[in-house]
Design a binder for this molecule. Structure first.
Ligand code: SAM
Ligand code: SF4
Length: 333
């Protein structure tokens, strides 16, 4: 174990950071944000691009080789492409991935390809424009579909992420699986989590990973389990004859915590060592107070030395309200 390498107190190696570059978004997906939006972080409280690049350089020196750019919607932040160009030059970062709602992304796809972006996760909860509008409260399905087609045309490995919501989009599950018949995409169904920024919790999760799988098996009795990549958060499946694959992410049931290799940085620089914790340290304040590189790295090491073993423990240890008081746009998914 290298001295500076990131491991947690449960012996898990940490090589993946999810960097939420903004909390702003042009959609209002009801499971993520209230209709009127959330109280956005003032611009001077956001991590600057320079601060993010410094952090990524330091983290790359500690064994982080994979970063996911997320938000809010990453592409609503001004000069995002300049940032991605600089990020693609950070030594040691082998994979830069992006999660996007796809509304502003289509025209950028050629450059994303040339920058070597490793995969794009496109969030799309319905193939029906009317249902898409009901869920996102914005009438922009066509723009998202254009992004999907551009990603396919430029052969950027693409995952479509759909949150499964009782009474909303369960009729979309099979049509979405059908996308894998002719396209080499991974369609992933995510359990709905209570991070809606409204403070409201659903009493029971109606569509958990077991029910989603049972539903798929009714339509595709010959669906087969395929091996999950190391540290995968999804259970992965393939339907014989299809080009793509299907994944199910038990984000609420939290069945994957045992191999969790990731940390999160929020738009204002709060380090989360678990999706369900309420933040363990503000790294922006430390940097703005003039901390040295070594001090920053030591802070990461200390924080990881005190990490909850799973999302249930992290949720129990929260000091500031329930997960539902947070919007996923301030966490990055
Ligand atoms: N705006 C971008 C997008 O939608 O792809 C990136 C940020 S968004 C917060 C990241 C992911 O979190 C999306 O795939 C979204 O569907 C998912 N997400 C947001 N709220 C969620 C919730 N309450 N439960 C499960 N997934 C959620
Ligand atoms: Fe915006 Fe993504 Fe949240 Fe939808 S899920 S409101 S696109 S941040």
């Amino acid at each position: 174990m290298g001295e500076n390498k990131l491991y947690d107190n449960h012996g898990r190696p940490i090589n993946y950071v999810r960097l939420a570059v903004t909390d702003r978004c042009n959609l209002r997906c009801f499971y993520c944000m209230p209709e009127e939006g959330i109280k956005y972080v003032p611009k001077d409280e956001l991590l600057s691009y320079e601060e993010m690049l410094r952090l990524m350089q330091l983290l790359a020196g500690m064994g982080i080789d994979k970063v996911r750019i997320t938000g809010g919607e990453p592409f609503v932040r001004r000069d995002m492409m300049d940032f991605l160009r600089a990020l693609s030059k950070v030594e040691g970062l082998k994979k830069i991935n992006i999660t996007t709602n796809g509304t502003m992304t289509a025209a950028l796809v050629p450059e994303l390809k040339s920058l070597g972006i490793h995969t794009i996760n496109l969030s799309l909860d319905s193939l029906d424009p009317k249902r898409f509008f009901q869920i996102t409260r914005r009438d922009v399905f066509t723009q998202v579909w254009d992004t999907f087609e551009a990603l396919l045309a430029h052969e950027i490995p693409t995952k479509i992420n759909a949150v499964v919501m009782d009474g909303q989009n369960t009729d979309d599950l099979i049509p979405m699986v059908e996308l894998t018949r002719h396209h080499p995409v991974s369609v992933r169904f995510i359990e709905e989590m209570p991070f809606n920024g409204e403070g409201s919790n659903y009493p029971v999760l109606e569509w958990n990973h077991r029910r989603i799988l049972a539903h798929l098996k009714e339509q595709y009795p010959n669906i087969e389990k395929i091996p999950d990549p190391p540290f995968s958060t999804s259970y992965n499946y393939h339907i014989p004859g299809h080009q793509g694959t299907v994944g199910i992410i038990a984000a609420y049931s939290r069945t994957f915590c045992g191999t969790c290799n990731r940390i999160r940085l929020t738009p204002k620089g709060v380090l989360k060592t678990c999706l369900y914790d309420d933040g363990v340290f503000n790294i922006r304040d430390l940097m703005r107070a003039g901390a040295t590189d070594q001090q920053i790295q030591d802070t990461f090491l200390q924080a990881l030395g005190n990490r909850a073993k799973d999302g249930w423990e992290a949720e129990k240890n929260r000091k500031f309200g329930t997960p539902a008081s947070e919007s996923m746009a301030t966490i990055g998914g």
